[in-house]
Design a protein around this ligand. Sequence first.
Ligand SMILES: Cc1cc2nc3c(=O)[nH]c(=O)nc-3n(C[C@H](O)[C@H](O)[C@H](O)COP(=O)(O)OP(=O)(O)OC[C@H]3O[C@@H](n4cnc5c(N)ncnc54)[C@H](O)[C@@H]3O)c2cc1C
Length: 442
Amino acid sequence: MADPVLTPIESWGRIGAPGHDLVTPWTLAQARQAIRPGATPWLAHGMGRSYGDVALNAGGRLIDTTRLDRFIAFDRDAGVLEAEAGVTLEDVIRLVLPHGWFLPTTPGTKFVTLAGAVANDVHGKNHHRVGTFGCWVRSMELARSDGSLCRCSLDENPELFRATIGGLGLTGLITKLSLQLARVPGAYLDSEEVPFHNLGEFFALAADSDAETWEHTVAWMDCVGRSAGRGIFMRANWSDKGGYDLRLDGMKVTVPFQPPGFLLNSATIKLFNETFYRIKSWRARRTLQHFDPCFYPLDSINRWNLLYGRRGFYQYQCVIPRAVQREAMDELLKIISASGLASFLVVIKVFGDKPSPGYLSFPMPGTNLALDFPNCGATVHKLFERMDKIVADAKGRIYPCKDGRMPADIFKSGYPGWTKLAALKDPNIHSDLWSRVAGSQG
Ligand SMILES: Cc1cc2nc3c(=O)[nH]c(=O)nc-3n(C[C@H](O)[C@H](O)[C@H](O)COP(=O)(O)OP(=O)(O)OC[C@H]3O[C@@H](n4cnc5c(N)ncnc54)[C@H](O)[C@@H]3O)c2cc1C
């Protein structure tokens, strides 16, 4: 048989575009054919919103699941949705919001498939209240390379269920799943923005907001130079004002071409941070906000990932356990601000206690920090190595779905459950992330 033509596929961070044997099944039968016993090593792919190499399988087969996107059932009284794996969060919102339901939790983009949300066990601004996406999955069906079709839930094949939640796409092809939705009183949120001057104030605001039962909390933080540690704390609760207005008008702006990478440098980011902080500090801070700009501010800029230029960018996202969060965050902030490398997007959030059923879920009780850095080669890797040490010493972990470079030892110490995943992994699934972090042991 002739070698397949390889299609270049980029991840969201756009570091490299390895060739893949891209297969797009439209039916479950076609999907099972593509992963049949004896097929080349494969990996499922959703909307490609993961930043690093968790959804890449260079030189191998990539199953594009976005056409497996049918709704199967929606119980409007109980708020239970059954759908194929490639249905996106946006599709779900369009269907269920007019009936008073919403996703139980959502990442910062709605352009994510249901299965992608499960495979990385994604979290949202309400993690401290509701836990991760995987906490709300009732059951799933998995197609495996041995030809089997396996249903799993906490009662049926529970180990496979736990391994699949946060399982990085390695346990099989999720074909469909059932999800418990959350009741909401409308499409709007009462939201508030509060400036803070340093990390101490951030932690105080996070604690107060939790005590005052704010459901959605997150903060933007400045990490540049002497301003490092100041930021804007955002919190919101669902409102009964405004009605169930969908208002999903699609993209508002498109990045028309790839600008030179140097446009996002320390000086321009410093200027942006100063302006953003000042505007947010003196503008009215309490608003009724539609869920779309509240949860998905970046979705209004189509292909914003081009802004980092030809060499792409990395996101470093880590979580530090609660007992040492203050000291470790201080240390991280110090080395980041002293590095001279500016991050355009810095997000900090305190996670809650609700455990995920998944063996490899990223969140833990503690504080989560995420930063984007343009790919400037060795300089940024040196900074990452220093950050890795702080994270490892604190017994924290790095988020695989944002990662394209974490060393194997950091992965294994951060995720002791990795051996349980390795034991249940589908032997014919291959991902670039897994071969880097688990190697031949995986
Ligand atoms: C702007 C932006 C904001 C974000 N905000 C957050 C956030 O707040 N919180 C958060 O947790 N994440 C966040 N993310 C990350 C994003 O939620 C995850 O990367 C998510 O997994 C992407 O889903 P996807 O459909 O694009 O899947 P892909 O990125 O294509 O794949 C992700 C994983 O899912 C697996 N997979 C896909 N389909 C299947 C299937 N049918 N069966 C088995 N495995 C499958 C893949 O193999 C891969 O391992 C954000 C990403 C962006 C771009």
